[in-house]
Design a protein around this ligand. Structure first.
Ligand SMILES: Nc1ncnc2c1ncn2[C@@H]1O[C@H](COP(=O)(O)OP(=O)(O)OP(=O)(O)O)[C@@H](O)[C@H]1O
Length: 415
């Protein structure tokens, strides 16, 4: 049913859902728009409404061919409790949906998307705006107007993470983000600067090439620890120049990463060398094609390694690829707990997979003693420090993982 948003806009149907609210296909004075209506509990917060108004100028001023334009910020509604961002409508899917369909992109396509987003970021960063939540769900793919040619990639959701990540919402010293894409310095409690977007964007590029993120998998707490302590496994089959610059942007030290403008031009430089390359042929560290772990002769299988020490209370998470996760910033000692660090190493076809069930069975035998000690240490750390600082507002509106688009859009496009 149509609903009025402010005096000028009407919502028609849901395009997608995220942790901060629901995105609607709507209509405004100049035609179709996308309207992100913030969750009621967020919208009811007078501080947030104030910040919303405060950010208005910066958000409305951000114009770039690879950034979804914010057309209006609406504070109103029948009972005065609507907070909505009115955006250009993008007709294509988000990158998450595309990746779910394709699994891995050809290197040319993946790098072309990353280069476009990097050029959008360079303009935002120059204006002092950090996105803070780059992930495939926030990259939209607008099909070419004539139906042929590659889609245009656009970054959406600018400023939303910042609006929400304030003390009252983020908790005392908490951080907001999506574990797979969170830069190590955020986990360590530093304020998010432009380099966090570079880290997240190259993580997305890695995922588009590999089919999985460099440090993802398992409990979000384990993911965060890998962000801080582990090195991304190389992707076999990529030109060295591309891998070198990806590594540079995945550096733990933010100052070592490229700036957005330079990343965009370096990615564009490698594009010609990628023409015609098929998607990489590498195994997924969590793939199903692994034999079950053999039971150890002469003794019961000790079971899986103990779970990593949780950084995030499970109740605060929507799913494993949780979005806008709120978490306490762990201290250095907690982050150093590497006994269960599990780099997700890609492998060439036919190669044994490190971290796989078979591999774990072999390492279990060697680790039996170490695990006992490590589990004791982990428990001690847990007792000493794993107190959660903030709670999720908990009124998620039933989004599916990735908050993907829900239906086709009308043929008329972006205003
Ligand atoms: N401008 C837009 N035009 C068309 N569809 C959009 C637009 N913005 C967002 N969407 C769709 O709505 C979905 C949800 O977007 P939203 O930004 O609310 O959530 P998210 O980014 O998936 O998650 P979160 O808010 O938790 O980070 C997107 O994945 C996309 O499919």
């Amino acid at each position: 049913m149509a609903r009025n948003i402010g005096s000028q806009y009407t919502t028609h149907r849901v395009l997608g859902r995220g942790s901060a609210g629901t995105v609607w296909l709507g209509e405004g004075p100049e035609g179709p728009v996308a309207i992100k209506l913030l969750r009621e509990d967020l919208a009811a917060d007078p501080d947030l409404a104030e910040r919303f108004a405060h950010e208005r100028h910066a958000l409305l001023g951000l114009e770039h061919p690879h950034i979804v334009g914010v057309r209006d910020l609406v504070i109103g509604g029948p009972d005065g409790s609507d907070l909505a961002l009115v955006m250009d409508l993008v007709r294509g899917p988000d990158l998450r949906t595309h990746l779910e369909r394709e699994r891995r992109l050809a290197p040319y396509e993946a790098v072309a998307v990353a280069a476009q987003i990097a050029s959008g970021l360079s303009v935002a960063h120059a204006a002092g705006i950090v996105h803070r939540d780059i992930k495939p769900e926030n990259i939209l793919l607008e099909p070419a107007a004539d139906g042929s040619g590659p889609p245009t990639a656009l970054l959406t959701d600018f400023g939303v993470a910042k609006l929400i990540d304030e003390p009252r919402h983020g908790g005392k010293g908490g951080v907001v983000g999506t574990p797979d894409y969170i830069a190590p310095e955020i986990v360590e409690g530093l304020p998010p600067r432009a380099a966090v977007d570079i880290y997240a964007l190259v993580t997305v590029l890695y995922e588009a090439l590999a089919g999985f993120t460099p440090f993802g998998g398992g409990h979000p707490g384990a993911v965060l620890r890998r962000q801080v302590t582990e090195k991304a496994a190389p992707l076999p089959g990529l030109p060295q120049a591309l891998w070198d610059l990806m590594q540079q942007c995945l550096a733990k030290a933010p100052a070592s990463r490229l700036r957005a403008g330079e990343l965009a031009s370096r990615l564009r430089e490698v594009l010609p060398s990628l023409e015609g390359l098929p998607p990489l042929d590498i195994g997924d560290p969590d793939g199903p094609d692994e034999l079950p772990a053999p039971t150890e002769p002469g003794g019961a299988d000790p079971g899986p390694l103990p779970a990593a020490v949780p950084l995030v209370h499970p109740d605060l998470l929507d799913d494993e690829r949780a979005t806008h996760t709120r978490m306490r910033v762990p201290d250095a000692e907690e982050l150093a707990g590497g006994a269960h660090g599990t780099a997700r190493t890609p492998r060439a076809p036919g190669q044994a997979r490190a971290g796989s069930a078979r591999h774990q069975a072999a390492t279990r035998r060697k680790r039996r003693l170490a695990v006992t000690v490590a589990a004791g240490l982990a428990a001690a750390v847990a007792l000493g420090g794993w107190l959660l600082a903030g709670g999720d507002d908990g009124t998620d509106d039933g989004r599916g993982p990735g908050g993907t688009a829900e239906q086709d859009l009308p043929p008329t496009a972006t205003p």
